[in-house]
Design a protein around this ligand. Structure first.
Ligand code: PHB
Ligand code: FE
Length: 328
């Protein structure tokens, strides 16, 4: 959808800080210099503008991702792949017990258009919600321009594999992807391909470490190779994953460099389940009934391995497939 707004997006005129307010169903969203305010019929919530925009950016860019995207312990979305729930307190035990939680379901294009309009209006010129905190200016203050180039970045989604002719291109200084300050020691040589005669156009390989060393964004898995439903979605991580992801399927993590600390909780209640420290070479499977958030003190490389099969969430939710990946 290329239109900036669909008819259902309902912004107000700018407030005294220069920001518009938005309504979606019975939810309203507004912001001032520091905070975002969300209201629904049974409650209200406040979030820091930088954290909210970082979460919103990912929800929009990832088309609501797999399963649940918690912006924090109260607000978030559930992807039903065609429609999306917007909730307040739905996965928060205290809100549930007090019966203050609220959920509304929207057609995906409707919630996406509203979220995109909020993201564009509330992101100032200096702020890049995908950048590490060290590599962006401030999200705060009165409305000051916009950063549409950043918030509308094209997501890398290879059809077969990066570097295959006609598919996603390699990154280089020349096409605007310099090596990140934390990855200056990563070798940049590319593999030599020696194909059997007749297969010259059909063999491809690339240096994934070099490719990732040139990522300009953080906490943004991009599809670099596809084999049926097997999706390799590596990403570079620094500071905190801006969402708390509630899985609807198992995900595998392979720590390619440096270190990430994961907080793992029960998906529905938030009760603590595990703390995981992943070091280079470590492999973990995140079960289908958890939510998790990662912390990286230094930029690191993580391979997220997703199973894109559309039938998985229903199989797991109905108990026909397990919430864990392997029996030993
Ligand atoms: C995840 O929720 O599994 C996830 C999301 C973004 C990342 C890494 C992992 O960058
Ligand atoms: Fe996840």
């Amino acid at each position: 959808m290329s239109g900036q707004t669909v008819s259902t997006v309902k912004p107000t005129e700018p407030n005294e800080h220069g920001y518009r307010s938005f309504a979606l169903g019975e939810f309203t969203f507004s912001r001032d210099e520091y905070f975002v305010y969300i209201k629904w019929p049974t409650g209200r919530h406040v979030a820091s503008a930088d954290a909210f925009l970082r979460a919103l950016q990912r929800d929009v860019a990832w088309e609501f991702f797999y399963g649940i995207v918690n912006f924090d312990g109260v607000i978030g979305t559930v992807n039903h792949y065609g429609t999306v729930d917007l909730f307040a307190g739905r996965y928060n035990d205290a809100y549930r017990k007090a019966e203050l939680d609220h959920v509304e379901n929207f057609e995906t294009p409707v919630i996406k258009a509203t979220f995109k309009a909020i993201l564009e209006d509330w992101t100032n010129a200096a702020f890049d919600p995908f950048a590490s905190p060290h590599e962006t200016g401030t999200a705060f203050g009165p409305k000051n321009g916009d950063n549409r180039a950043a918030v509308n970045r094209r997501r890398v989604t290879a059809k077969r594999m990066v570097a295959v002719p006609g598919d996603e291109a390699l990154r280089s200084d020349a096409n605007g992807f310099p090596i990140n300050r934390h990855f200056l020691d990563v070798p940049q040589d590319e593999p030599e391909i020696i194909a059997e005669p007749g297969f010259e156009g059909e063999v491809s390989a690339f240096n994934l470490f070099a490719y990732l060393s040139r990522s300009s964004v953080t906490w943004n898995p991009s599809v670099v190779s596809v084999c049926k439903d097997s999706l390799y979605c590596p990403t570079t991580e620094e500071y905190i994953l801006p969402i708390v992801h509630g899985n609807d399927r198992v995900e595998w993590f392979v720590q390619l460099s440096d270190e990430i600390y994961w907080s793992v909780e029960d998906r529905d209640t938030g009760a603590g389940r595990a703390r995981v420290i992943m070091k280079p070479g470590d492999v973990a499977a995140m079960p289908a009934d958890i939510r998790h958030q990662g912390y990286a003190a230094k930029r690191s490389m993580l391979l997220v391995w997703e199973n894109g099969a559309a039938e998985l969430p229903a199989l797991i939710a109905s108990g026909k497939a397990p919430t864990y990946p392997v029996d030993f």
